[in-house]
Ligand binder design. Structure first.
Ligand code: NZQ
Ligand code: ZN
Length: 389
């Protein structure tokens, strides 16, 4: 295991009615809040009203930034930065999913930076925020783990680049996780969220660094998704299922299972190119790419991890031929995503091979190295994309 420093300072309020904690949290640290929301769901389903009640109870002033789109755009971040500066905002409250939270985080860093906040996303510049406004979250969809991690992913619309940056300053100081707030998420986005959670686990699990404790926890999260994923898709108001998926989403990407390990992140690198150019749902892109990435990287050198995955997660008979176990595990992953109603092929989301070469070039150019479990060349990426057509 590699050395690591583990610090997750986010206070999580988990469960029914936990929104009531918002007023006390705000009273501790805010005078004027920017409330960031998405395309309208939180207003339609009453979550926004619950939050406003708490903000008013705390006697805190607020301004709003609504209309953050899935795959959030840099322009909306600039709007938020401007509002914060003009209104002397000292705290940002994100009410929504990963897109809203990521926009809020980027605004938080941008307000305290004199240059263009996009600088932080360009790896070559080597810049990190020196300061940021504090942020809090009311999570409304289980998927990204952004509610408990330090990352943000933003799309620059003119160049169609979708990039990530991170800083410990961006970890939310508190997050409200009420599983009832996810009852209204439709089947498509619920399933995409489950695929995203599983993909986060894959990125950290498929590694050459031995880490027994992290890997058994990772397997537990995968099993949680396999058990409760179909239930949240079919019975959206099942509290126990929504609760398990919601907590799995936070645990899958809050550093817990990845500490001390070399991590992969190739499937995410490839998917971010797809959603940057074609604006598809992140989890949908991952459901298409991840099993093909698995098939591409499976070899005599990597088979050990696939055996653990097949035997421990899918319960495949350990006495079978090794390659057969690995391939069966990959088949089961694919079938599972299909069973949630997610697409299997890029053609199902209207993506052709037209831009594959550009996307592969962009991914390798930006990240320098795509993948660690197996390092991918441009040619490898194009091959995985072609397998996904
Ligand atoms: O926009 P609204 O109206 O809110 O509707 C949203 C959106 O259409 C809807 N939704 C959310 N909560 C709802 C609801 N609908 C009904 N009831 C509710 N309670 O769901 C749709 C998707 O929302 P979005 O926030 O885009 O989903 P998600 O949480 O999956 O976030 C995806 C974004 O996060 C990035 C992705 O790349 C993508 O841009 N990621 C962020 C990461 C991070 N910060 O750590 C890591 C991830 O790997 C990922 O890259
Ligand atoms: Zn993801």
């Amino acid at each position: 295991m590699q050395n690591f420093t583990h610090c997750i300072p986010t206070t999580v309020y988990f469960g029914k009615g936990q929104v009531k904690a918002v007023s006390e949290e705000l009273k501790k640290q805010a005078k004027k809040v920017l409330i960031v929301t998405g395309g309208g769901s939180v207003k339609k389903y009453g979550i926004f009203d619950d939050v406003i009640k708490q903000v008013k109870k705390a006697g805190i002033e607020y301004v709003e930034l609504s209309g953050i789109k899935p795959n959030p755009r840099l322009k909306s971040v600039y709007r938020g930065i401007e509002t914060c500066k003009k209104e002397s905002v000292d705290f940002i409250l994100a009410v929504g999913g990963g897109s809203v939270i990521d926009a809020a985080k980027t605004i938080a860093a941008g307000v305290k930076y004199n240059g263009d906040v996009w600088d932080f996303f360009i790896k070559d510049k080597g810049l990190f925020p020196a300061d940021a406004l504090p942020i809090g979250c009311v999570l409304t969809i289980a998927a990204t783990g952004s509610e408990m991690n330090e990352n943000a992913v933003i799309t620059k619309e003119d160049t169609r680049r979708k990039l990530a940056f991170g800083s410990p300053l961006l970890r939310p100081v508190f997050s409200i996780l009420d599983p009832e707030y996810t009852y209204t998420v439709n089947k498509y986005h619920t399933a995409a969220g489950v695929a995203d959670i599983m993909a986060h686990v894959f990125e950290q699990y498929f590694s050459h660094t031995p880490a027994y404790a992290q890997d058994r926890m990772a397997e537990a999260l995968l099993k949680t998704c396999i058990h409760y994923g179909p239930i949240v898709c079919e019975k959206p108001r099942d509290y126990v299922a929504r609760a398990n998926i919601m907590w799995a989403s936070s645990l899958a990407l809050n550093d817990l299972i990845g500490e001390g390990k070399e991590q992969d992140w190739a499937s995410h690198g490839i998917e971010h190119e797809l959603s940057a150019v074609y604006d598809i749902s992140h989890g949908v892109g991952l459901a298409i790419i991840a099993p093909n990435w698995m098939r591409h990287v499976l070899s005599e050198k990597t088979i050990g991890k696939f055996l653990e995955y097949g035997i421990n997660v899918w319960g495949i008979d350990k006495n079978k031929d090794k390659m057969a176990i690995a391939n069966e595990a990959i088949d089961k992953s694919r079938k599972f995503f299909n069973s949630l109603g997610l697409p299997e092929k890029l053609s199902e989301v209207n993506i052709s091979n037209e831009r594959f070469q550009d996307m592969a070039r962009n991914a390798t150019k930006h990240y320098g190295k795509v993948g660690h479990f197996k390092e991918l060349s441009e040619k490898d990426i194009v091959e995985i994309l072609n397998m996904s057509l």
